[in-house]
Design a protein around this ligand. Structure first.
Ligand code: SIN
Length: 275
């Protein structure tokens, strides 16, 4: 097995591990790599939907997306489609998946099906390092506080994108979570707010809450906390959604990335209540 680190902050590309091997032993190796690097990448993994589902099942129960319709044959798989002439794509801002749920996603397994010749890389940021490196004055203000996270409704996930199909649900969801959560497996502290879904700090007036959250969001996006993955077809990313945020870069411009489809198959695993 070879492990190539993607940056000094997080992320590793793994060679010599087959994701077709769904044994407990292979899962143990993958899970240890995930806990260590927070997001791991595998290339040339021609796994079937059944194999992707079998790998996901090792992590825990599979989560259904609140707004997006899954594939007819595999309802747990959300196909993320950016049509050739769309500029925008799903996930194009910093976020951790479904942080507005009572139990936000534990991990995600994303497989590339079709990739443009250029554009559409995904970035990840290490929220354990974000907590360690944030200003002490901000730490003091937020360490025992909760924040409100809200979903942005079906429009945000479906209507804004030509290729995405809704499941008919239009409810909105909100939940409060500790701003600093503890990772259930590693015991590490994690800065758990994000630009996309976190709306305010509970019990703080709006002006101060906005000011602090804006400082946090800027800090979380510091480039030295990130890594960037350039996709090829049949690549797989697995990320620990409790300790990273991600950003699918929509850099599709005329004469370059625009004019090509980007298709990914996503499976999410249910998490627990942050504490
Ligand atoms: C997502 O935000 O889950 C999508 C990431 C990607 O398509 O790169």
């Amino acid at each position: 097995m070879q492990v190539k680190l993607l940056s000094g902050a997080l992320g590793a590309e793994i060679r010599g591990v087959s994701l077709k091997d769904t044994s407990e032993k292979n899962f143990g190796v993958i899970n240890n790599l995930l806990l260590e690097h927070k997001v791991i990448f595998f290339r040339n993994q021609n796994i079937s939907p059944e194999e992707q589902l079998a790998l996901a099942a090792h992590f825990g129960p599979i989560e259904r997306h609140a707004y997006v319709k899954g594939l007819d044959q595999y309802p747990e798989i959300v196909r993320i489609i950016k049509k050739p002439n769309e500029k925008n794509q799903w996930g194009e801002n910093w976020h951790s998946d479904v942080s507005y749920n009572l139990k936000p996603t534990k991990a995600v397994i994303l497989k590339s099906i079709k990739i443009p010749p250029v554009g559409g890389d995904t970035m990840f940021a290490n929220m354990e390092l974000a907590w360690e490196t944030i200003d002490e004055k901000i730490k003091d203000k937020i360490k025992d506080k909760k924040a409100l996270h809200s979903s942005l409704g079906a429009e945000f996930f479906v209507d804004n994108y030509e290729g995405m199909e809704g499941n008919g649900n239009h409810e909105e969801y909100s939940n409060e979570h500790p701003i600093v959560r503890t990772h259930p497996d590693t015991g590490k502290k994690i800065l758990f707010v994000n630009w996309t879904y976190t709306k305010n700090i509970v019990g703080m007036d709006k002006k101060e809450s906005d000011e602090i959250l804006n400082k946090i969001f800027k800090h979380q996006a510091r480039l030295d906390l990130t890594c960037r993955f350039q996709w090829t077809e049949n690549a797989v990313a697995i990320w620990d959604n409790r300790s990273v945020q991600h950003y699918a870069i929509a850099d599709f411009f005329p004469g370059r990335g625009l004019g090509y489809e980007r298709i990914m198959d996503r499976i999410a695993i249910q998490g627990d209540s942050p504490h």
